[in-house]
Design a protein around this ligand. Structure first.
Ligand SMILES: Nc1nc2c(ncn2[C@@H]2O[C@H](COP(=O)(O)OP(=O)(O)OP(=O)(O)O)[C@@H](O)[C@H]2O)c(=O)[nH]1
Ligand SMILES: [Mg+2]
Length: 362
């Protein structure tokens, strides 16, 4: 699972990257046009359930779920139309599963906004437009060639190409009307036709409104929305970055000063998770407590495959108890004595927070 941070220059992308990863990649008080290599981090996903399970089992090892994060250089407004997005940036963005779009929502006289004023809505639209144009260019190029290809082919291959053309025409219409591909309904059958493409505007997107310190207390109360096409979360990159680099004592004091109870970092990471409809299940024991990331709707046999293909192949049963039940009864055996540890088959749809013991034979 990989999320890419994007945004206009100086929106605070690297600051947000540092806040999430606890890192200290260089931030610039000027628009850095030449950031060459993207910043990369593997971020443990905070989960209070994991902490509780670790307290219960006191395992030799505890392994949280992780999220990969890439901080890509800023997208210049108008870049896609003028010269296309830079090749290395495109390559970086194409690899990610989700986009985290940082928009500037803080005032700072020492750091003038390139467009002359702070306007998060305008900036969010501007970048969306860049993604749309980048996709439009891909679609146009393909459509320009596809008729020739159709003529050269026969039978099922020809039919496939014709279906692809029809779909691309639909994409063309949406994109040229300023719409993102994530809003275009695409059937499973159609998905297969475009497996080779990685459209940027089709990726799920979380908008991070990068607010100033003075707005942080208000944002804790009322700082996120889930929209039809994208989610938004208010986040103070600068304060969160400082918090992530402090000792716990200092953190407490600083949070008090800001007027908030806890950093928003965990909320932001969870936001990326839910954007992708990801959930976690746990394997527990004295050796290791481990969180595993799966898509919502994954069945037990496929969840087992995450751990090892042998477990999926030799799958017999899964012993399952939900985290809440385990916590309520204090231990696996206590839950089992009450008949609350279930035996589930291959087709069982694993739920968020399930603690699972797979039984298998090879
Ligand atoms: N006052 C204030 N300044 C911020 C905030 N977030 C970022 N900044 C400042 O904005 C400047 C740019 O931040 P960066 O994180 O480097 O921005 P970026 O989007 O990574 O910039 P490029 O990679 O150059 O496109 C730095 O001087 C930050 O300290 C904030 O919430 N409040
Ligand atoms: Mg940066």
């Amino acid at each position: 699972m990989k999320a890419g941070i994007i945004g206009l220059p100086s929106a605070g992308k690297t600051t947000v990257f540092n806040a999430i990863s606890g890192g200290s990649a260089e931030v610039h008080a000027f628009a850095a046009t030449g950031q060459s290599a993207p910043n990369l981090a593997v971020v443990p996903v905070p989960d209070t359930r994991q902490d509780w399970l670790t307290g219960l089992y006191k395992p030799k090892k505890t392994t949280p779920a992780t999220l990969e994060l890439v901080d890509v250089a800023g997208v210049m407004p108008g870049q896609a139309k003028k010269e296309g997005l830079a090749g290395d940036m495109l390559a970086n963005l194409r690899q990610v599963d989700a986009l985290v779009h940082v928009v500037r929502d803080f005032a700072d006289e020492a750091l003038p906004h390139s467009a002359g004023s702070v306007d998060p809505k305008r900036d969010a639209n501007q970048l969306e437009e860049e993604l749309i144009i980048a996709d439009l260019i891909v679609v146009e190029k393909r459509l320009a060639k596809i008729d020739g290809d159709i003529q050269r082919k026969k039978g099922p291959e020809k039919n496939q190409l014709e279906a692809e053309k029809e779909l691309l025409m639909r994409f063309f219409n949406r994109l040229s009307n300023g719409g993102a591909l994530r809003d275009e309904p695409v059937s499973e059958e159609e998905h297969k036709l475009i497996r080779g493409y990685t459209f940027l505007s089709a990726k799920p997107i979380l908008i991070v409104s990068n607010i100033g310190e003075s707005a942080i207390a208000e944002a804790e109360k009322n700082g996120s929305t889930t929209g039809a096409t994208s989610d938004l979360i208010k986040f103070c990159g600068k304060a969160e970055m400082d918090i992530a680099q402090m000792s716990p004592d200092e953190q407490g004091e600083y949070l008090g000063m800001l007027g908030i109870k806890q950093p928003a970092r965990a909320k932001l990471i969870k936001g990326i998770y839910s954007l992708l409809d990801l959930i976690a299940f746990f394997t527990v024991g004295e050796d290791e407590v481990k969180a595993w990331t799966i898509s919502r709707g994954t069945i037990a046999q496929e969840a087992a495959r995450k751990i090892h293909s042998d477990i999926a192949r030799g799958f017999i049963r899964a012993e399952v108890v939900s985290f809440d039940v385990l916590k309520e009864h204090g231990s696996w055996n206590a839950a089992k004595d009450k008949g609350l540890v279930r035996l589930e088959g291959k087709e069982y749809v694993v739920q968020d927070g399930d603690c699972v013991n797979f039984r298998f034979a090879v």
